[in-house]
Design a protein around this ligand. Structure first.
Ligand SMILES: [Zn+2]
Length: 361
């Protein structure tokens, strides 16, 4: 059986540089995508790693700006992005420390960074460069810069500037062009005009032509009607086939040997059908973001436990089995937090199956 490990130098723990490039190339060639799980705590990190280990797949673990701040603590200020910077770095070291014992390759990533949040990314790149000096690799495998709300020209120009800083470390950069609808982490695109939700092939080619001369370590989150969060079916239709048109357009323009020269990222996937995921993957999607679905899964595990054990957690001592019976084994966080982890892990396992990633190592 071919294994993605065959193309990786580091086979377990956080991978960087050419390993990330080779992982995505392998996924694109073999028709699978890797779930990118949003994490906000050590507990959610563990849930993601466990699913990957049990399903024998690589995994992407990512922190949003708000999720990173939560790592630092909701009670500290974040005016100058200090909580998001410190939380991301703490999360990164935690993930780097425990990932190897799960025996799977892990891509360590940061999610959407809009223009007003760029000081966050600047702080992370400072840390990456420091880490690179000491260890010969950046702290994070990859970052995302998301200037999709700006003009195309500004988006591409600023993205290129960041890519020029990341590329010498062989650090991956994900960018967004066209808008993902809906609302996530404080960015509200629910009112955006429908046509803006579909990126045009010429836009993808412009991004490719600007970034490819700098290096191969980049991917594009294109809008094809995807919406953050879960909504009732509305008037925006998901059109994964557009990604195939982008690939054709770029391949023809650059006379590519490959019919899929671009790495695509699928945002706003929660609530999509398995068929929609699989179609997107045939067009070169190598990363699918999962946030909303995982939040709901985690809650459902805790919720079901609390409802089932309600009479065992109302007081420290005393339950239906007796007035003097202790309830410690019911209210220990390792019991009920664990139920959230198990439910989140199960949701990621389903995603690994849906994205054809199961058994890839
Ligand atoms: Zn997103």
């Amino acid at each position: 059986m071919p294994s993605v490990l065959d193309v990786l130098e580091r086979k377990s723990g956080v991978i960087v540089g050419d390993d990330v490039l080779n992982l995505f190339k392998y996924a694109r060639e073999h028709g699978f995508a890797i779930p990118a799980c949003n994490v906000t705590s050590s507990s959610t990190v563990v849930a993601a790693l466990e699913a990957a280990r049990d399903k024998k797949s690589p995994i992407i673990i990512q922190m949003s700006n708000g999720g990173a701040a939560f790592f630092a603590g909701k009670g500290v200020g974040n005016k100058s992005q200090e909580a998001s910077i410190a939380g991301s770095i703490a999360g990164a070291h935690y993930i780097r420390s425990i990932a190897p014992i799960y025996g799977v390759p892990v891509v360590l990533h940061t999610d959407h960074c809009a223009k007003k949040l760029l000081p966050w990314l600047d702080g992370l790149l400072d840390e990456d460069e420091k880490y690179f000096k000491a260890h010969g690799e950046p702290l994070f495998s990859s970052h995302m810069v998301d200037l999709s709300e700006e003009t195309k020209e500004e988006n591409i120009a600023i993205t290129k500037k960041y890519f020029e800083r990341a590329a010498p470390m062989k650090q991956w950069l994900e960018m967004e062009i066209g808008i993902t609808g809906g609302e996530e982490d404080g960015v509200d695109n629910t009112g955006v005009d429908n046509s803006a939700l579909y990126t045009q092939p010429a836009d993808i080619l412009d991004v490719y032509n600007a970034l490819a001369p700098v290096g191969p370590y980049f991917s594009i989150a294109a809008g094809f009607g995807n919406v953050h969060g879960v909504y009732k079916p509305g008037n925006v239709k998901l059109q994964p086939g557009l990604l195939g048109k982008h690939q054709e357009h770029v391949a023809a323009a650059i006379s590519s040997k490959s019919d899929k020269p671009v790495f695509f990222v699928f945002h706003g996937g929660s609530g999509s059908t398995v068929g929609e995921y699989k179609e997107a993957i045939t067009h070169g999607v190598v990363k699918v973001n999962l946030d909303t679905d995982l939040q709901y899964a985690y809650l459902s595990g805790v919720r079901d436990y609390i409802l089932a054990k309600k009479d065992y957690i109302m007081t420290p001592v005393g339950n239906p089995d007796g007035e003097d019976k202790p309830n410690k084994k019911y209210f220990d966080p390792r019991v009920w937090v664990r139920e959230g982890e198990k439910a989140m892990s199960a949701r990621i396992s389903t995603a690994l199956d849906d994205f054809n990633a199961t058994g890839s190592i």
